[in-house]
Structure formats: structure tokens, C-alpha cells
Design a protein around this ligand. Sequence first.
Ligand code: ATP
Ligand code: MG
Length: 754
Amino acid sequence: APAVEPPYLKGLNKEQREAVETTDGPVLVLAGAGTGKTRVLTTRLAHILYMRKAWPSQILAVTFTNKAAREMKERIGALIGGVVEGMQWLGTFHSIGARMLRRHAELAGRKSNFTIIDTDDQIRLMKQLLETENIDEKRWPARTLAAMIDGWKNKGLKPDDVPDGEAHGFANGKGRTLYAMYQERLKSLNACDFGDLLLDTLSILREHPDVLADYRDRFRYILVDEYQDTNVVQYLWLKLLGGGAKESGRHNVCVVGDDDQSIYAWRGAEVENILRFERDFPGAKVIRLERNYRSTPSILGAASGLIEANKGRLGKTLWTEGDPGEKIKVQGVWDGEEEARNVSATAEDLHRQGHAYSAMAILVRASFQMREFEDRFIALGLPYRVIGGPRFYERAEIRDAMAYLRLTAQPDDDLAFERIVNKPKRGIGDASVQTLHTFARGRHLPLLAAAREIVETDELPPKAKKALNELAASFARWSDVSRHLPHTELAEMILDECGYTDMLKADKSAEAPGRLDNLKELVRSMEQFESLAGFLEHVQLVMDVEQNETDDKLNLMTLHAAKGLEFDTVFLPGWEEGLFPSQRTMDENGLAGLEEERRLAYVGLTRAKKRARIFFAANRRVHGSWQSALPSRFINELPEQHVETTVDEGFYGGNAGFRDNMSGFASTYESPGWKRAQANKDAGYRRTRPPLIEAQAWSVQTSDPSASQYARGDRVFHQKFGYGRVTGVEGNKLTVNFDKAGEKKVIDQFVTRG
Ligand code: ATP
Ligand code: MG
């Protein structure tokens, strides 16, 4: 190993450094928001590589989103200088699971080119299943079944493992049978759902000791971010690969997390995995980080005061340096529209003062809240992007386009075929589709292949026959062309030729132009992939919008999607009872639900570095109907000294009932949590200053980048993008106009003179 101290260690504090340098043996880093957990994990990975303790391909590193995985890869390159090739096991649980499953697909009864289906396809399959089984879908909705099966999968239960009692709830005890049938159906379609990516790999590891031994040998180091949100199946998977108590293994497992940020219990996450870790990995070193580097004392103080109201916390100390900074501004507005106007106006003001839009984010509790903001931004021409989660790819037009692309690449993808066979409408009605189904089943053919044969018969009415014939011919042509045409051009061609673009152009509804834009965005997002197959794989897994990260756009996302991120300015709209905390969550999970909502509020506030603005509206339109709303109890739980409240004029106008509620604000909303928070106001949030380890400039990160050896006009070569000319230099970041790939931002270490 190199003798000089590696430069990336310098900026770390003592505890962070310990977490980085304790490479061997189990390590649990348990620490609050913004204390550098992710930074520690990234540096640790770089350190392992730098010290030559393992090859990139021997490290398993789990991040919560694909975006986080990409960023981590980039930073590691920057930390140790140079391109890090071969980190193929860095990704989300799902993407790593998919990679493993493709390597051993036959052990799970699939072929390695299996399709990963999404919720929509999942529900459609279940509907079909309920229909064949003559189960009344009105009484036993497919969605409920899907949620139940997902739940079992998250717990690591295969159909045979589902306890008797649990299976009785659905369709008079048919739950387990339906689960088994659904799995069979997936196999026959050569498909997997998200749950299978983990459960099937877990089963393979359990049932094939040789495969397990192989992976244990491969993965010298395992690292996991956002550990508090792992579910049972993920935990079992880690325990198996990392070698738990009784198994042999290297035990070089490092997990980092924060119990106060556990926000995915509704998806099966178990915060208890933190406690299990110490039990199952004996001798685990537990490291606590207490200094928050992200937020001002005001923001941290407000967030800490809020989370105090939760019981059942592991408890931790957090402090931060510097000016108290702006107080949290809480603002009451008349309705959602005014809220959107207010947020946009503030964002524009800040922008005029020189703040980048990309350093601001709006974090909503529910995705329906986004529309009002999007409308406003579009009206103003304010640049924005929607981040994270499946929203973009869940949009109908995107799913349709994806179905066309999937079917072009994988002609046996029946789910895709069903989705688009009559979209746009081409005269192939339900009855014809039914006939085709029967025909296909009888001949054991995929639907598209069956379509080619059925048009030779007279099974279908002439119009349907003609349309189906044309459709089948188109797919044959597209798949032919796909061999030489760049995939972005192929996508445009398909969308034009299938009539989809024309359909939207002819559509006079208000949504149609937006849909066309979305399709354009889809094609644009394909540019970064080398092949159609690569893109399809990405979308199936990722589902977050690929965007040009450098664009200066306002960020819009749900609170759930904001986990791990940070912004100078954070807008938190919709802090109203029922919306946030969400009534549904409270109804379903009582106090536990309320506490999870509070953690979500904590996550939201702690995303802010410099300023946080909270909004509540007096009137809110929820799914089309107006409701008068009351300010969220979370507002009252914020320690007073960190908050500044303003209520708009319009707020009182015309809503007497609401005014009464406002005057009762203090007494009505003194929840027990609020009182506790007041009592603990100073106890939980230590503002004393322990001896400081001077924070150093994070030199490799961007704040102080070294000057580049390249200049505008230089010809360079990049591994992935080929030859190009430098058009801009910003520290170690270059903007290069590549001959083939167009303009991209790259780190200068990744290019050579060309
Ligand atoms: P979260 O719980 O929200 O995921 P985290 O614990 O992962 O937060 P990071 O995102 O790693 O925290 O770090 C928060 C911010 O603090 C980042 O901007 C990071 O670069 C900065 N930071 C972390 N450690 C240091 C340090 N030792 N010196 C200076 N800045 C630091
Ligand atoms: Mg983090």
C-alpha cells in the first residue's frame, strides 16, 4: 500500500476517519442527517481501492437510488484520481439483484433476458388471474392482491412460506394459491417483478451453496447506504453474503443509517435491522457522527425539535457550526394556487439575487401536489425538473412508448404487446384481442408471433386482420432497422410510424402538448445509452428521469425521493393536517404512522442547507374536491425560537371558520408531542461547541477544484464519448463538444489529449 497519507482523508473529522479506515470487520455508522454518512461510505470505498485491498469488481456497494450510485462512482474517481472501471456491483438493491439474477436466471426458472415488469403490468397480470379464477374483482381488487404479494416478497416469503393465517384474508383463503399462480405466470412470460429481483436471488443463494460460496469469495467488502430503510429480504440477503454470526464469511460489512430517517416502513422497511446488525455481526464497531455539516443551526434546531416528539428513537446528539442563519419561514396562504405563486415568486427572487435554481427544491408529500407547481412554472417559463421515483416513466404516454420499444427489442414481450395492440386505435377491438389470445395459447406462441399467423386465417374480422397485419409488419421492420439505426432515431421513427405522435397532435386536450414533450424527453434521455437494450434495462430498473444534471432548473420531487439529497433552499408546501401528516397513513398505522410522517418532515427539513420555507393553505383541492385545511401539527412542533410565521391577507378573507381555527391555533394544536418538544427544546439539541477538528476544504469535490490542464479549443478523447473539442473549463470539469455524442460535461481525468 502507498506510504503517503492519501489526500482524501484530510477533510474528515476523527469519527469519520475511523469509519473510513476501519475497513475490516463489521461497522455500523449510526448518525443523524448531514453528518457525512454518505461521504464516509464513498471515501471508504475509495480508500479500499486506493489501499489495493480489493478490485472494483470485488466490492458490493448499495445506494438508495441509481442517481446516487452514479454520483458515488464519479466521486470515487475524483477522490483517487482516474477512471474507476469495473464497479459493476455498485447500485441499488434492485439493480444488483437484477444483475445477479441474469447471471443465474435458469436457477430461478427464467432465461437471462427476462423482462422486469412494473406495477402497471403486475396489476394487469393479476386482473387476468382473478378473471380466470372467477374471483370477483370488485370485492377482491387486483391492487390489494398485488400489495399483499409485494409484502410477502419484502419479507422473504415464497408462496410455500406464507403462514396459513396470513393467506386466508384474500378471496376466501386463496391468497397463497394466487401468489403461486402469479409466480408461474411470470415464469411462463420470462418475466420478474421488482420483488423477485431480491427474493429469487436470495433463494438461489440459499439453495445453491456453490453460488453463495462464489459470491462470498468475490465480495471482499460490502457497503450499504440508507441502511435504516432496508427490508427483511434485503437484510437476509446482506447477512448471507456478508457472512452472519454462524456462517463463514469475511464480515467486512459497513452499513450507515439514521433511525430518524426511516421513511419506508410502508414498503416493508424495518428500522429494527439496525439493532439486528449488532446481533448478527458480533463485534461490530459502532461509530456515531455528531457534527452536521449541512445545515445552519436554525434549520438543525428546528428539525431536532420536531423529531423530539417521536418516541422510540435510538437518540443522538447533533450540532453544527456557524451563524444561526435565517429562521424557518412558515407561511399561511389561501389555497394551492397561491402557494404555487408564492413559491415561484420566491424562487425567482432568489434567482435574481444570484442563487441557482438547481440549488432550490420543492418537496411535496403527495405527487398530486406537483401539478399545481408544474402549471405555474410552465406559465412563467420557470425551468424545473421533476426528480426521482417512477413518475416520469409512469406517465401513460411514456409507458406506451416503452411498450413499443420493448416489443421491438423483445418480440415475445406479451405484456408490451397487449398494451399497444390498439393504441393508437387501429380497429383491433377487445374481441379480436381475445381471439388472438386463444389462438396464441393453442399454439404456444407469443402474441406478436401469433399475430403473424392469425392474419393468414379468417379468424378475425377483415378490418382487425388488416390492422394486425400492418402492425406485425411494422414490428418486423423496426426490429430489422434496429440493427443499424441509432436507437434514438429508431425511437422517433417508431413513434411516428405507429401513429402515436399524430394521435397526440390531433388531441385537443390540455395535456396533449405536455405528453408530446414527455416523449421528446424520453428520446433525449436515450442518448446517454449505448444501445436500446441498455436503455430498456435502465428504465425497467431506474425509473428516474435522466436529465442533464448541469442544467439550472428548480427541483420538484416528493419528500420520499429527497432522501440523501441537499439543497441551499428547500420549499415545503402543504403542511396541513390530513395531507401532512397524511390522514391515510395515520388511519392505517395509528401512532406508528404519525411517527413515520414526522420522520418524513424531519427528512424534508434536513435537506436544507441555508433556508427552509414551510407553507400551509387554508383551502386545498384534494382529488377534485375542495377541503378547508388546518395547519399541520408539525408546524406547532417546531421550536418557536427557530420559526417566523406570516399569514397572508387573503388567508382570512372570506373564511371565517378558518379564522376561528387560526385563533385557536396555540391551544388547539398543543399536541403532547408539542409540549414535550417545548420541554426538551434545548436538551436534545446541543449547541455547545466541542473541540473542533478544523473542517478542511473538500478539495476534490468541486468547491476548490484544481485548475485543469486543458483549455478551450483542445482536442480530447473520452473512453465513452470518443473525440471532441473542449468548449468550456470549470475547475476540473470540462464541457466538451463530442463529434458523435454532442455536448457533455466530463471530469478532466477521464479524457486524454486526442
Ligand atoms: P443524510 O442523512 O441526509 O443522508 P449524510 O449523513 O449522508 O446525510 P452527507 O450527505 O454525506 O451526509 O454530508 C452532508 C454534507 O456535509 C455534504 O455536503 C458533505 O459534503 C458535507 N460534509 C460531510 N463531512 C464533511 C467534512 N468532514 N467536512 C466538510 N464537509 C463535510
Ligand atoms: Mg446520506
